[in-house]
Design a protein around this ligand. Structure first.
Ligand code: 3HC
Length: 369
């Protein structure tokens, strides 16, 4: 389902080339169909309403339909969604930093324009996600405050440095690739606003992954030094990318409940395996190697065997002790403070417009009386 998204340019166009986007489009079609169906158990407000509401919620989940902001939902479902969506939004926003670092140093105007568009997309993704979290009752201000005071997490991957231009390629291919494998199933998440945001995000991420793949493809066919630079970037980003999928299933706190509620559709380990299977095939097209001495095809499992990332390192990075955690948060805090005047100006303008509209309404009422 997720493999074969990239092929040798000589063979592009053969079956299997657009599997990822097909999956997003099929989720989008299902979303429209789900909106047209109704759930038989309808809501109730009389005595015993709590049980009826819970029954309705369970029936919606069982029928693979969407919970919408107006619907009753268990408190833990709401809390779990806010946690995941907020962490996801923060990741998109902090994720602008490692690549933003290369905008002024991109090797050509074309590369610079592409990178600018990509980093700008990440900002947009953060905003869709904060908006989705707002439908659950958490304001964006509140969530941003939790991020900049270090009380809410963001993805471990963005705490690694981008040392050279090939890192931009490796981020696109591996980090955006892992993000897609993780996020395509979220297009089928049971919470409507999150699922809808994910459809748009995944379509854009697919372009991001392609631009990274293309950078590495070009470098791998360049001079010996460029090829070495590409391999070095893949060597450094491989294990942190595997760790993006989270702890192994045996240590995952939220997976079981989250999958029962159809927020997550696959476990961390299942998605990690899909990513490895996808990359093993794509690396051979790139002509680069994956830095894993244990990587080999397992005929019996129909999947690649691979070496697990260092989960002790993942937890250290999550707890704030990665190579760039402090720098990332410091930059984010600074940008937030520097942007205060823009927020103030926006609020002043909105207040002025609201006062004008109220004045106009009052004048019209007097005239009509
Ligand atoms: N980085 C930081 N924290 C992580 C993590 C990681 N790679 N993996 C797991 N964690 C945290 C969890 O958030 C959880 O912490 P909490 O209890 O304090 O909230 C804890 O470790 C235990 O992990 P679980 O497996 O129980 O957590 P989840 O069930 O939530 O699974 C997840 C983790 C797979 C990341 C899931 O939350 C998810 O799918 N989130 C949505 C996607 C997302 O946030 N991706 C981040 C990258 S976005 C991105 O890459 C942008 C793109 O443009 C490149």
């Amino acid at each position: 389902m997720y493999g074969s998204d990239f092929e040798d340019p000589e063979t592009v166009g053969q079956p299997g080339a657009s599997a990822l986007l097909d999956e997003v489009e099929s989720a989008e079609r299902d979303l429209h169909e789900a909106a047209a169906r109704t759930v038989a158990t309808g809501g109730s407000t009389g005595p015993g309403a709590d049980a009826a509401l819970q029954d309705y919620f369970d029936a919606v989940i069982a029928a693979d339909q969407k919970i919408e902001p107006r619907d009753w939902m268990p408190g833990a479902y709401r809390k779990g969604l806010i946690r995941q969506i907020a962490q996801h939004a923060h990741s998109e926003i902090i994720g602008m930093q490692p690549e933003g670092n290369w905008i002024t140093r991109a090797p050509s105007l074309k590369r610079k324009a592409i990178l600018l568009a990509k980093v700008q997309d990440e900002a947009g993704h953060g905003l869709y996600l904060y908006a989705a979290a707002e439908t659950l009752g958490s304001s964006r201000d509140e969530l941003v405050e939790l991020l900049i005071t270090g009380r809410q997490k963001y993805s471990s991957i963005f705490n690694y440095p981008t040392l050279n231009w090939a890192d931009v390629g490796a981020i696109g291919w591996l980090v955006d690739g892992a993000a897609i494998v993780n996020q395509v199933p979220l297009c089928r998440c049971s919470y409507g606003p999150y699922a809808r945001a994910m459809i748009r995000i995944c379509k854009e991420e697919s372009f991001h992954q392609r631009q990274g793949f293309e950078i590495l493809y070009t470098l791998a066919r360049g001079t010996a030094a460029q090829r070495q630079m590409a391999q070095d970037a893949v060597d450094r980003w491989w294990y942190p990318s595997l760790a993006m999928f989270g702890p192994p299933d045996s240590d995952s706190t939220h997976s079981e409940q989250s999958m029962a509620w159809k927020i997550k559709r696959f476990s961390n380990d299942d998605l990690r395996q899909r990513f490895v299977d996808m990359c093993a095939q794509q690396a051979s097209v790139l002509g680069l190697s994956i830095p894993d001495p244990d990587l080999r095809w397992n005929e019996e499992r129909g999947a690649w065997d691979y070496r697990q990332p260092d989960y002790a390192e993942l937890f250290r990075v999550i707890k704030g002790d990665g190579p760039c955690n402090r720098q990332r948060l410091r930059h984010r805090r600074q940008a937030h403070e520097d942007g205060a005047w823009v927020r103030d100006a926006g609020s002043a303008y909105a207040a002025k417009q609201a006062a004008r509209r109220a004045g106009k309404r009052a004048t019209e009422q007097v005239a009509a009386a």
